[in-house]
Design a protein around this ligand. Structure first.
Ligand code: X2X
Length: 344
């Protein structure tokens, strides 16, 4: 008992000397930590959270217990408020999409710049290189502790009306877009009629026909059975890819011992790596099995030829140029360079 008390005292002193605002004693740990996610298991995104939480629990012998809150339920489904809620401590930790946090952290719009990343090697060249480091430094400055990258995926456009092969096919189409203005800009540039809404609102809007189309990774199309909400046409154009970021609220982070911080960080890195492999599996295996699954649901899958794709690149180029300054011209130039130098 005496030994224990002096040990705790020592830890508290060490924590104070280390500049922590909260004494890193076992007493400051919460019984349960709240992790926010837009999509839960069995989506890859949900698996990212589940694997992270499981690894942390196992490796801390239950000192850190994490409960998953999919559907961004801690903030009533309003995914664009997730970053602010994380900063304020309404949320303890999250695996979040760069899209949903980009209203607060404008540099994250980098990943939404149309046709910047042609393939997975390009995504990796950004997240796993100096650009990824810069973005983590920005997130840290913005008030959270970033730990690892995951992946939602390349976002493909789907609709209930007709195959999309040219920008003209999108003319007048009502498309649900995420709550980040660059998406409205892109779909407007393509002649569509974009409507911003949360994912929670998107599903009933698709089911009722209030909107004709949406864009999301194909993995979600099958897991969420989007053909049952009228989505009969899929076009693989790979215009953007949204990475996921594993983060922890700063005060929560400071309340953990350095040893537990190291465990949480390593668990995030391990979970991110596993999750990226899961998210890509159905798309990198020979014959892209996910496309066959979708076709098997009675859905028409349109794969653009390079020339057809180029028409979309051209039509969205003014949006790219406009957003370059918002994201930061230096960061965009660095990203373009990294993409050009990627291993092929
Ligand atoms: O809302 C979406 O489309 C989703 C689930 O992909 C995100 O949260 C970015």
């Amino acid at each position: 008992m005496k030994f224990r008390r002096s040990l705790l005292g020592l830890l508290a002193v060490a924590a104070t000397l280390g500049g922590f605002s909260v004494a890193a004693t076992a007493q400051s740990y919460k019984a349960e930590y709240k992790m926010s996610l837009v999509l839960g298991p069995p989506t890859p995104w949900g698996e990212a959270g589940r694997i992270w939480a499981d690894l942390v629990k196992e490796r801390t012998q239950g000192r850190i217990n994490i409960k998953l809150y999919p559907g961004v339920s801690l903030i009533q489904g309003d995914q664009t408020r997730e970053f602010s809620a994380l900063r304020q401590g309404v949320i303890d930790m999250a695996v979040g999409s760069t899209i949903n946090w980009s209203p607060q952290v404008k540099q994250l719009n980098l990943f939404s710049m149309p046709f910047l990343m042609p393939d997975y090697a390009a995504v990796d060249a950004l997240t796993q290189g100096p650009v990824g480091k810069d973005i983590f430094a920005t997130l840290d400055k913005a008030g959270v502790v970033p730990l690892a990258w995951g992946e939602n995926g390349f976002r493909e456009v789907t609709n209930s009306k007709k195959p999309i092969k040219t920008p003209e096919d999108l003319k007048g189409m009502k498309v649900r877009v995420v709550g980040s203005p660059i998406y409205s800009d892109m779909f407007s540039a393509l002649g569509a009629n974009p409507t911003q809404m949360s994912w929670a609102d998107a599903q009933p809007a698709l089911a009722s026909g209030a909107v004709d189309g949406q864009e999301n990774p194909l993995f979600l199309f099958t897991v969420l059975k989007m053909h049952t909400v009228g989505q009969k046409f899929v076009t693989t154009w790979g215009y953007v890819c949204d990475p996921l970021v594993f983060v922890v609220n700063k005060d929560i982070w400071a309340s953990w011992t350095p040893a537990d911080q190291a465990i949480v960080r390593q668990a995030a890195l391990d979970a991110g790596k596993q999750e990226i492999a899961i998210a890509r599996k159905v798309l990198v295996e020979p014959g892209k099995p996910v496309l066959k699954d979708i076709a098997g649901m009675g859905v028409t899958v349109t794969q653009l030829t390079p020339d057809e794709r180029e028409a979309f690149v051209k039509a969205t180029r003014p949006v790219y140029d406009k957003w370059k300054n918002t994201v930061g011209a230096d960061l965009v130039a660095k990203a373009e360079k990294a993409v050009a130098a990627r291993p092929k």
